[in-house]
Unconditional design. Structure first.
Length: 270
């Protein structure tokens, strides 16, 4: 049996086992996908043990390990130098365990029809998810990017590292106007402080995107819907990045037709 899992600390909230389990069942694979709580000081031992198990096909990596994972897994694709965060570790065709990032493509998929060329964007956060978001935005030729973050210097350094023009502001700053607002932080997640933003500066055609999926209806998305703004919830990115990881783990693409995706979303929101 092939084994894969998601690691993090905490990890009980993760919906990844439901997603991968749904696809495993649909494809009748001899495989299992599970959760595994791994503390920061246990990463080295975890990867040493899993790499030695030929049945283990890889893992998704979530908070707080998306940057620390570089210290324990080879990075032949240069993910550290480009995105600077990794969310997937997998066993390649040669049997060697390596890392990659599927978050950037997962983030982009739900907004691939938007014309963001030259458009102002606001990103909240400067952690691993924000790195994937900024990596994707840098390739969309967006306009100025404003990052709201507790550590303004860290946010400013991120803008520079991705070659993006814009500015960094503290979290309590007045929200600037934007065509796209992305919450790429953990704020608003179960167990985390809420994200309180006044969305008044956003135009009527703005899109509000929250990568948080627990809860699915965050305060940010509720506020955006109150203003009748277009929204993208965290499940869109979660399912998108999971589909790419699934193929890396098990060597086959998951079923992603409209009916399957609707059934999966229903399962995840039940």
């Amino acid at each position: 049996m092939m084994l894969a899992e998601v690691i993090g600390d905490p990890i009980a909230h993760s919906k990844s086992p439901l997603i991968h389990g749904f696809w495993i069942e649909r494809l009748a694979l001899d495989a299992e996908y599970r959760r595994c709580q791994v503390a920061a000081d246990g990463l080295a031992a975890y990867f040493e043990a899993r790499s030695a198990d030929p049945a283990w096909r890889g893992c998704n990596v979530t908070i707080p390990h998306k940057i620390a994972v570089f210290d324990h897994v080879p990075d032949p694709g240069g993910v550290r130098a480009t995105i600077g965060a990794a969310n997937t570790v997998f066993r390649g065709e040669d049997g060697k365990v390596i890392l990659t990032n599927t978050d950037a493509a997962g983030f982009y998929a739900p907004i691939n029809q938007l014309d963001l060329a030259g458009a102002p964007v606001v990103v909240i956060g400067a952690g691993g998810a924000a790195r994937a978001v900024l990596f994707a935005l840098a390739r969309l030729d967006v306009g100025p990017v404003t990052i709201l973050n507790r550590n303004v210097l860290k946010a400013a350094a991120l803008l520079s590292s991705f070659g993006l023009k814009g500015k960094a502001l503290p979290l309590d700053a007045t929200l600037p106007t934007a065509a796209l607002l992305v919450n790429a932080s953990a704020l608003g997640m179960v167990g985390q402080p809420p994200l309180e933003l006044d969305l008044a500066p956003l135009p009527e055609d703005a899109v509000v995107y929250d990568v948080v999926y627990a809860p699915l209806e965050t305060r940010l998305l509720a506020a955006a819907r109150d203003r009748e703004l277009e929204t993208v919830d965290g499940l869109d990115m979660l399912i998108g990045q999971a589909a790419l990881a699934f193929e890396l783990f098990f060597g086959v693409a998951p079923p992603r037709d409209e009916a399957s995706d609707d059934e999966l979303r229903a399962l995840l929101t039940a």
